[in-house]
Design a protein around this ligand. Structure first.
Ligand code: DOR
Ligand code: ZN
Length: 364
């Protein structure tokens, strides 16, 4: 069965009062929600803007079993604000020990939508990740057979590789041979940060797709040092040169269905970011949709926002787009600069700015 008919009519945003647009409710295909107090503090921001979300499994310990993922899903559902209908979709954290049967079981039971491939050591809580792609060959072949996508953190882990080249080196040395090896596997290259990667995604679409974060559309590598060191802009993959940022803007506004939202919202406390060795991750969950909308507006492409935000991802994952709508207003809105978590806080990306777009009514 094809879902094409569900997508055709929705390409144009419905008209709305001047200065506003209404689009189908969007989904966020890449979210870090953490657990416990942090989960309770950050989830309301994501669930206020997105109807569904793919939840990353890099907890401590990582989510490697169907039972752990199902239990984590229950904790997320329980942490939703009263009356909220956000639907979390779970992922399996791949390790060298992952079993193909566990993968297939979780997929068949509707627990996992995809599996996340962290090359070991590439980023936050990735040290249990994959060291040897050969070790997970049976897993990848099974995923290929059952149509379960693999979501890839695409950075080289060799510490001698320049940090600004790690995505490019990974694409050349690992990803391109990998795509040849597994020609039927559905792949999402997460948080694309370079022009070259956008070209790889396009060249391998539709079975390959790419997510692009709000922050990589707004900042370049110079932003990390603007007036001093900016720990809250540090994430992995790190922001690249300006021409890459512009290429990402062209990709998201192109209308190409191989690109869709993945905010990579990744909260860490201020204490762990503002440290002698600060950790990677930008908390963008509170300002994500406002930022994407601003980018589409600046690029003269508001008529393509709905496709990027609410249709392309659903199509890739074989899901029905959301029925409800969300309004976006061209109206300055102040944000809190940070959200309290226990006796610390998480700094919100652009929380100290008056954003030109704000979120209006959500209709389920
Ligand atoms: O900056 C990042 N933070 N990149 C990742 O890939 C992981 C994330 C996190 O979990 O904090
Ligand atoms: Zn991530």
């Amino acid at each position: 069965m094809t879902l094409d008919h569900l997508f055709d009519a929705a390409a144009k945003p419905k008209s709305a009062p001047a200065g506003s647009i209404t689009i189908r409710r969007p989904d966020d295909w890449h979210i870090h929600l953490r657990d416990g107090a942090m989960l309770r503090a950050v989830l309301p921001f994501t669930s206020a803007q997105f109807a569904r979300g793919i939840i990353m499994p890099n907890l401590v310990p990582p989510v490697t079993t169907v039972a752990a993922a199902a239990a984590y899903r229950e904790r997320i559902l329980a942490a939703r604000p009263a009356g909220n209908d956000f639907r979390p979709m779970m992922t399996c954290y791949l390790t060298d020990q992952t079993s193909a049967d566990e993968i297939e079981k979780g997929h068949a039971e509707g627990v996992w939508i995809a599996a996340k491939l962290y090359p070991a050591g590439a980023t936050t809580n990735s040290h249990h990740g994959v060291r040897d792609l050969k070790a997970i060959r049976p897993v990848l072949e099974r995923m290929e057979r059952i149509g379960m996508p693999v979501l890839i953190h695409g950075e080289a882990t060799d510490p001698t590789v320049d940090i600004f080249d790690r995505e490019t080196v990974f694409m050349e040395q690992v990803l391109l041979p990998f795509l040849k090896d597994y020609q039927g596997l559905k792949v999402v290259i997460e948080h694309v940060t370079t022009q070259e990667t956008t070209e790889i995604v396009r060249a391998h679409a539709p079975r390959v797709a790419g997510t692009i974060t709000p922050h990589h559309l707004m900042i370049n590598r110079t932003s990390l040092f603007q007036g001093g060191l900016r720990p809250h802009l540090y994430c992995l993959p790190v922001a690249k040169r300006e021409h890459h940022r512009l290429a990402l803007r062209r990709a998201v506004t192109s209308g190409d269905s191989c690109f869709f939202i993945g905010t990579d919202t990744a909260p860490h406390t201020a204490r762990t970011k503002e440290a002698s060795c600060g950790c990677a991750g930008v908390f963008v969950g509170a300002t994500a949709l406002q930022t994407y909308t601003q980018v589409f507006d600046e690029e003269g492409a508001l008529d393509r926002l709905e496709a990027f935000a609410s249709l392309h991802g659903a199509r890739f994952y074989g899901l029905t787009p959301n029925a409800g709508t969300i309004e976006l207003h061209r109206r300055g809105a102040a944000m809190p600069a940070a959200v309290a978590v226990e006796n610390d806080e998480v700094v919100i990306f652009r929380g100290d700015e008056t954003l030109p777009w704000s979120i209006g009514e959500v209709r389920p």
